[in-house]
Design a binder for this molecule. Structure first.
Ligand SMILES: NC(=O)c1ccc[n+]([C@@H]2O[C@H](COP(=O)([O-])OP(=O)(O)OC[C@H]3O[C@@H](n4cnc5c(N)ncnc54)[C@H](O)[C@@H]3O)[C@@H](O)[C@H]2O)c1
Length: 287
C-alpha cells in the first residue's frame, strides 16, 4: 500500500456513509482503503468523494488544510489487512453484516479495532461473528460525516479498554467529539430519530399536513435543523426502512415498523437524495 499502517484506515461499504466517512478521513490527511462489492459503486464513490472533499474544504471542515490522504478502492476485503482500524459501513442487514464482520475479523491481525457504523443492530449481536469481540465497538457517524462534529460511540458488553482507547484516539485524529453510550437496539440517536421520522411520514399519509409543512414546523418551532423528512431523504429511505424494521424486531415494539408511505417510496426506488427523489425532488444525482 506504500503507507504506514497508522496512517491508513479501511472503510468497508462505499454507499452514503462509506463515502462521507472516507471524505472525512482523506480531508484530515488519513489514507483510506475503501471496499465495496460493486466496481460501478466504487467508480461513482470516487467521483462523489472528490466532490465531498471540495465541499468539506470549502466549509472549513479540515482545520490546517492538511494534504488530503490517498484513496485506494478495491473489491477485495483482503486489502484491509494493513489498516490501523476497519470501519464497516455496509447495508443495514444483520446477517450480511455478520458474514462481512467474520471475514474482516479473520483478515486483520489482533490489536486492530473493528468499528461498525450500524444504525442500531446491537454490538453484542455482531460481536458473535468476530474472532475477538473485545476489539469491536460501534461508532455511529452521521451523514455527512465530514461536517457533523459529533459521533455516538457504542461500547458493547464485551468491548475492551484497549479497543475503546484506540477507537477514541482515531476519532480524535478525525476531529470528532464523542459521547459513549451502552449497547441497546437503536442506541440513543436511532431509537429517538427513526421513530420520529416514521411518525412524520404517518402524519403526511393521514393528510394532517404536507411534507413541507411538517418540516417547516419541526424546524421553526422545535429547532430541528432540516425537519425530519428532509433528514430522511439525506439518510436514504431504504436504509431508514431497514433500520426501523430491525428496531421493531429487536425491541418488540411494532409501532417502529416502517409505515406504508415509506415502504411505497422504497418500492418505487425513490430513496431520497441518493436517487434524486424521496420526500422531495433533487434532480439527477450520482448513484
Ligand atoms: N445513511 C445514513 O445517514 C446512516 C447514518 C448512520 C449510520 N448508517 C448506517 O451505515 C451503514 C451503511 O449505510 P448507507 O446509508 O451507507 O447504506 P448504502 O445502501 O448507501 O450503502 C451500503 C453499501 O454497502 C455495500 N455492500 C453491501 N454488501 C457488501 C459487502 N459484502 N462488502 C462490501 N460492501 C458491501 C453496497 O454495495 C453499498 O454500496 C448501515 O449500517 C446504516 O444503517 C447510515
Amino acid at each position: 500500500m506504500g503507507h504506514t499502517p497508522s496512517d491508513t484506515i479501511a472503510v468497508v461499504g462505499a454507499g452514503v456513509m462509506g463515502r462521507s466517512i472516507t471524505a472525512l478521513a482523506l480531508g484530515r490527511g488519513v489514507h483510506v482503503v475503501l471496499v465495496d462489492v460493486s466496481e460501478e459503486v466504487l467508480g461513482n464513490a470516487r467521483a462523489e468523494i472528490a466532490q465531498q472533499l471540495r465541499h468539506g474544504q470549502f466549509m472549513g471542515a479540515f482545520p490546517g488544510s492538511p494534504a488530503p490522504g490517498t484513496l485506494t478502492t478495491t473489491q477485495s476485503t483482503s486489502e484491509v489487512a494493513d489498516a490501523a482500524v476497519v470501519i464497516e459501513a455496509i447495508t443495514e442487514d444483520a446477517s450480511l453484516k455478520a458474514r462481512v464482520m467474520a471475514d474482516i475479523s479473520s483478515t486483520v491481525p489482533a490489536g486492530v479495532p473493528l468499528i461498525t457504523n450500524t444504525s442500531g443492530i446491537p454490538i453484542a449481536e455482531l460481536a458473535k461473528s468476530v474472532q475477538r469481540p473485545a476489539e469491536l465497538a460501534g461508532v455511529h457517524f452521521m451523514n455527512p460525516a465530514y461536517l457533523i462534529e459529533m459521533v455516538e460511540v457504542i461500547r458493547g458488553p464485551q468491548t475492551g479498554d484497549d479497543a475503546m482507547a484506540a477507537i477514541l484516539s482515531v476519532l480524535e485524529r478525525l476531529g470528532k467529539k464523542t459521547v459513549v453510550v451502552r449497547d441497546a437496539p437503536g442506541f440513543v440517536t436511532s431509537r429517538l430519530l427513526h421513530p420520529m421520522i416514521n411518525e412524520a411520514a404517518r402524519v403526511v399519509a393521514e393528510g394532517t399536513a404536507s411534507v413541507e409543512a411538517v418540516d417547516r414546523l419541526m424546524h421553526g418551532c422545535l429547532g430541528h435543523p432540516t425537519g425530519p423528512l428532509r433528514t430522511a431523504d439525506l439518510i436514504g429511505l431504504d436504509n431508514l426502512a431497514d433500520a426501523l424494521r430491525l428496531l421493531a424486531e429487536r425491541t418488540g415494539n411494532l409501532t417502529f415498523e416502517p409505515c406504508e408511505l415509506l415502504m411505497e417510496k422504497v418500492r418505487r426506488g425513490d430513496l431520497g437524495r441518493k436517487t434524486g427523489r424521496g420526500f422531495y425532488d433533487y434532480g439527477k444525482v450520482l448513484s
